[in-house]
Ligand binder design. Structure first.
Ligand code: SF4
Length: 420
């Protein structure tokens, strides 16, 4: 493997629970930034640029320069070893020039001359309007009641802390004002578009005349689209929004409960209109590849194909590993093989169409990831957890009083459920 460098420890500040800093939102345990063994709050930083030379960041950069992979980066390493792209490879590509310039300014001990925070990643909290089946109370406050009803434990302290984030908007605005080289502001949630602070921050950036040099990024379920938000986006350099969506029609509303596919489709069309009328907006789709979504993949791709001139119609797929009982790997082998064959047949018969148009390259890349995941989920079976999947699914269907997952696909699951 070539040197394992990542742009984030050179260019980014990122927040999680109670505004405490972490290296990035993807890393596994060990990514929380410590100063004298204590967590550090974004709003406490006197000089946020200079903080990139805190010993924690210096040590990470030194390790990477010595080709040692920090323990919290194992997730990225795994994605790359599995043939996919990782947040590291994606960001290194976007910030290629900035990273090489920063490397030139980095000493052997990891010290960075003239540190500049170019990227700010804000997890605003866990306020959400959905209770997606594969999510947790840490990301959606609404899921707490379902977890309690199902007796599923979660880290209540971490949830309390994330709910306590960013109470002091004035100090946050002051800190953001000190980021004179900010180019990318990424909002994470919860659902960032409905968080009350989100609009306040955008207004502040417009008032301080920084907005036109800043790109905004979101992952959003797009159930709600506020006109005040789309209006203010016109003041920014660019807006990149990835819609989190795994399926079309009622399967989407089932997975991303209680989403409205009709509303999401309407909002996607509104965004395309805005983009066609000069709002600097890039759209894409991010999909969590999981047990619930695989049976709906063909319908989803058919629905997406109407947008081939508007955005990449093959979603950027993310492989769900946790919770383990919702991984696509838990499905019985015969079902996995059948679904993989059907999806592969559909792709092969429609390849020219799926890959045509101006997003050919992105579609090709994303399609390769999907096909790779279809191989992976067969190879790495976790069928021993199909019973856990069944129990969780039936219990959640019951408390939500929705049409059951297995009843949606009687031909596929009939025999399996009778046997389980
Ligand atoms: S390699 Fe991955 S986990 Fe590590 S800092 Fe970069 S994005 Fe985060």
């Amino acid at each position: 493997m070539t040197q394992f460098l990542c742009a984030y420890p050179w260019l980014q500040l990122s927040t999680e629970s109670e505004e405490s800093l972490r290296v990035c939102c993807y890393g596994e345990s060990g990514k929380v930034v410590l100063d004298n063994n204590k967590t550090v709050k974004l709003s406490s930083l006197k000089d946020p640029n200079d903080f990139l030379n805190n010993s924690f960041y210096k040590d990470i950069r030194k390790s990477m320069l010595n080709n040692e992979i920090p323990s919290f980066c194992k997730g990225c390493e795994k994605l790359e070893l599995n043939g996919g792209e990782s947040p590291r490879t994606i960001m290194n590509n976007v910030y290629k020039d900035k990273l090489s310039e920063s490397l030139r300014l980095t000493r052997e001990d990891g010290y960075l001359e003239s540190p500049k925070v170019n990227i700010l990643e804000l997890t605003l909290g866990n306020v959400c309007n959905l209770k997606c089946r594969m999510c947790s109370p840490f990301f959606s406050n609404l899921l707490k009641s379902d977890f309690n009803k199902l007796n599923i434990s979660y880290d209540e302290k971490a949830v309390f802390e994330i709910e306590s984030s960013f109470k002091d908007i004035e100090t946050l605005k002051e800190t953001i004002s000190k980021l004179d080289s900010l180019e990318l502001l990424s909002f994470l949630g919860g659902e960032p578009l409905i968080h009350p602070l989100h609009l306040d921050i955008l207004k502040h950036l417009v008032e301080t005349k920084k907005s036109n040099s800043i790109e905004l990024r979101y992952n959003s379920n797009l159930v709600t689209l506020d006109k005040r938000v789309t209006e203010i986006w016109k003041e920014f350099k660019k807006v990149k929004l990835s819609v989190s969506l795994e399926a079309s029609g009622s399967l989407n509303d089932y997975i991303r409960y209680p989403s409205s596919f009709e509303e999401v489709s309407k909002n996607i069309n509104s965004l395309i209109n805005l983009r066609n009328n000069g709002v600097p907006l890039d759209l894409s789709i991010t999909s969590v590849f999981q047990a619930y979504s695989v049976p709906g993949t063909i319908d989803f791709l058919k629905w997406l194909s109407q947008y081939k001139d508007d955005f990449p119609i093959i979603p950027h797929f993310i492989y769900l590993d946790f919770p383990h009982y919702l991984s696509a790997e838990v499905l019985p082998q015969s079902i996995k093989v059948q679904l993989a064959r059907e999806i592969n047949d559909f792709v092969n018969s429609n390849k020219a169409d799926l890959l045509s148009g101006k997003f050919k390259m992105e579609n090709e890349k994303n399609l390769n990831i999907l096909l790779h995941f279809l191989e992976m989920y067969i190879d790495k079976g976790k069928e021993q957890f199909f019973m856990d999947f069944t129990v969780f699914t039936k219990k959640l269907d019951k408390i939500r009083d929705v049409e059951g997952f297995f009843e949606r696909y009687p031909d596929l699951f009939g025999g399996q459920i009778e046997r389980s």
